[in-house]
Ligand binder design. Structure first.
Ligand SMILES: Cc1cc2nc3c(=O)[nH]c(=O)nc-3n(C[C@H](O)[C@H](O)[C@H](O)COP(=O)(O)OP(=O)(O)OC[C@H]3O[C@@H](n4cnc5c(N)ncnc54)[C@H](O)[C@@H]3O)c2cc1C
Length: 418
């Protein structure tokens, strides 16, 4: 609420909310654009914004089959962190974290970025050693990290069972103090408004059904609202990356899976940091509305459905209440699912493709929300220059053919998580 006073809020409430200015336009598609971005999640909208802001390209359309932010951007558990051991990953995610720190000011939209810290729990001495190594690597790469002992963890999360006879004994934890959470759909709205203000056309209810390619060069897209020509096309469609790539004749090393999340009823503030446990397979934080936000592992079957099944919900909730026994008194309020594009090495793809003018941003697995600004920044660079930015050269598509995997499975909230 940076542009409107409390008085305008009251005035609009009393006049039936009919006089708010539009945050972005709803234009008809033009016959041709310089760049089309497919997918109006945070990555797609952010890419359009940085193409306009950093590269001066404004004749852009973002095409969205549903409503903007209705994909994984509006479905995630909002954890933002940069706690990787591999240098190439850490430099990329640290760049992203820095952009998070200035995002609200840059977009003039409060994305409620809250640096409440992210703690990865260690349940064995070996895990403490591994976290020490990772923390040192993070610091060497210019990020922040602290190794906590059990007493320090207990002081930050008093409801966590840190007792000696806990079902999952807590031996320590790796804290990234600058990590935290953000308002996920606010990120989509902020980028949408800022991109629209720079002339970008955001076209919702417009599904891309085909790609036009002639002599190895992209020439446009087929959509449910007709054909649109374009010199360059980038996709940022999360769980549908494999599907869109098939339209260009490519078979990607990606699988689509369901990931669920859930929230408790809202309660007074009781957890002011993010707690994750890879060994126990769960993570938890408290939203600004007071709900406890929880997640765990994939449902582990391929699907394009934005919903999951009860066994995973039961698994996550039982893990959480084993670690936080007093939370067993809360009721579960809501659950939902999103479609994840799981890459084979757990790292994303931000890359040119064999089709000239066609670019891919995907393979984000469990962790693409935190990457949103960094990913959009380097994807815009890649599209504008037809060359990768120095931070995303390693995420090229050919790495799967050449064997240059960036395998950092295990650096996420759950063991398989990215
Ligand atoms: C339950 C859950 C919890 C998660 N928790 C975290 C977390 O805590 N931290 C974290 O960093 N990440 C998390 N993630 C991952 C993160 O949400 C995603 O990686 C990220 O939001 C992807 O953003 P995006 O913009 O690429 O995709 P999306 O937001 O999914 O946007 C893609 C858009 O493309 C559109 N689209 C698809 N096909 C077409 C087509 N043919 N034509 C036009 N439009 C199309 C879709 O409708 C969608 O709106 C989580 C994901 C889920 C599901």
């Amino acid at each position: 609420m940076t542009r409107y006073s409390i008085f305008s809020l009251a005035r609009n409430a009393l006049t039936g909310h009919k006089n708010w200015p539009q945050a972005w336009r709803s234009p008809e598609p033009k016959p041709e654009y310089d760049v089309i971005i497919i997918g109006a999640g945070g990555h797609g909208l952010g890419t359009a914004y940085y193409l306009a802001k950093n590269h001066g390209i404004t004749n852009i359309a973002v095409l969205e089959k549903g409503w903007l932010g209705g994909g994984n951007t509006g479905r995630n558990t909002t954890i933002v962190r940069a706690n990787y051991e591999r240098t190439e990953n850490e430099l990329f995610y640290e760049h992203s974290l820095k952009l998070w720190e200035t995002m609200s000011q840059d977009l003039n939209f409060n994305v409620m970025f809250s640096q409440r810290g992210v703690i990865n729990l260690a349940h064995s001495d070996a895990q403490v050693d591994a976290f020490q190594r990772r923390g040192n690597a993070m610091i060497l790469n210019g990020s922040d990290a602290m190794l906590l002992n059990p007493a320090e963890i207990k002081a930050r999360a008093p409801h966590l069972d840190c007792s000696a006879d806990a079902r999952f004994p807590i031996k320590g934890g790796l804290l990234q103090p600058r990590g935290g959470t953000a308002r996920h759909d606010g990120v989509a709205w902020g980028y949408a408004r800022a991109a629209d203000a720079r002339g970008v056309d955001i076209i919702q209810n417009c599904e891309v059904t085909g790609l036009d390619i002639s002599n190895g060069q992209i020439t446009g897209v087929q959509t449910t609202r007709g054909a649109i020509k374009a010199k360059k096309v980038g996709i940022a469609v999360a769980g549908h990356t494999g599907h869109l790539a098939t339209m260009a004749g490519m078979r990607l090393p990606i699988e689509s899976h369901v990931l669920q999340a859930m929230v408790s009823e809202p309660v007074k503030p009781c957890l002011d940091t993010v707690i994750t446990s890879g060994a126990v397979h769960c993570y938890i934080s408290q939203s600004d509305k007071g709900e406890l936000v929880m997640g765990g592992d994939l449902d582990f079957y391929n699907s394009y459905a934005q919903r999951g099944n009860f066994p995973r919900i039961e698994d996550v909730v039982s893990s959480v209440i084993t670690m936080f026994p007093s939370f067993s008194r809360l009721r579960l309020m809501r659950t939902w699912g999103g479609v994840m594009d799981m890459s084979m090495d757990g790292s994303p793809i931000i890359s040119k493709t064999p089709t000239k003018g066609f670019y891919i941003n995907g393979g984000w697995c469990y962790g693409g929300f935190k990457a949103t600004p960094g990913s959009a920044w380097v994807f815009a660079h890649t599209i504008a220059n037809d060359e990768p930015h120095e931070l995303n050269g390693q995420y090229r598509l050919e790495r799967f053919q050449q064997g240059h995997m960036i395998d950092e499975h295990g650096a996420g909230p759950t063991p398989g998580a990215h």
